[in-house]
Design a protein around this ligand. Structure first.
Ligand SMILES: [Ca+2]
Length: 166
């Protein structure tokens, strides 16, 4: 199936991530969506890593799950898990379809509250600015004792993509 478009995911940082070595961890993030897998670099010895890395995946179905998993890199043993979360893009996609071109820069288009249907740790804003719609999120990691991920999503149409409007 052809892609609808691309989703750019800016992995900004990890907050209070789990300890998997003696005192700290060497965390990296893996994003899985359908058959795609992309990952950030490893941040050595840091449970509050700043990655500021942009990862891009193609979206064929807005209902497909987008999973982020955090791992502790180990040199001689298998990498340890440090939790996971899902990105729910549906509220963001609904805003994209609204046609926002006439809004002033910096307009908050919608707020998304934490719920059982998403992994949000706190309220998240969808903002229109300089011709782009973005959503900043802090996700609480599951299957782990602690840790959150801060990230931003942005939709990118591309030539030949099916787009969201048809
Ligand atoms: Ca390690």
């Amino acid at each position: 199936m052809d892609a609808l478009g691309l989703l750019r995911i800016r992995i900004r940082r990890g907050i209070n991530l789990a300890v998997r070595d003696t005192r700290t961890s060497d965390p990296y993030v893996v994003i899985d969506c359908t058959s795609q897998k992309v990952k950030t670099r490893v941040e050595k010895d840091n449970c509050n890593p700043v990655w500021n890395e942009e990862l891009t995946i193609s979206i064929k179905d807005i209902n497909a799950s987008i999973t982020l998993s955090v791992y502790d890199h180990d040199t001689f043993t298998k990498d340890d898990t440090m939790g996971n979360a899902e990105i729910d893009i549906k509220p963001y996609v609904e805003c994209l379809k609204m046609g926002l071109q006439s809004l002033p820069d910096g307009s908050e288009v919608a707020k998304v509250e934490p719920s059982s249907a998403n992994c949000l740790a706190e309220e998240s804003s969808i903002v229109w600015n300089k011709g782009k719609l973005t959503q900043d999120m802090i996700l609480r990691l599951r299957d782990v004792e602690c840790g959150e991920l801060q990230l931003q999503i942005e939709w990118l149409d591309f030539p030949g993509g099916r787009g969201l409007h048809n």
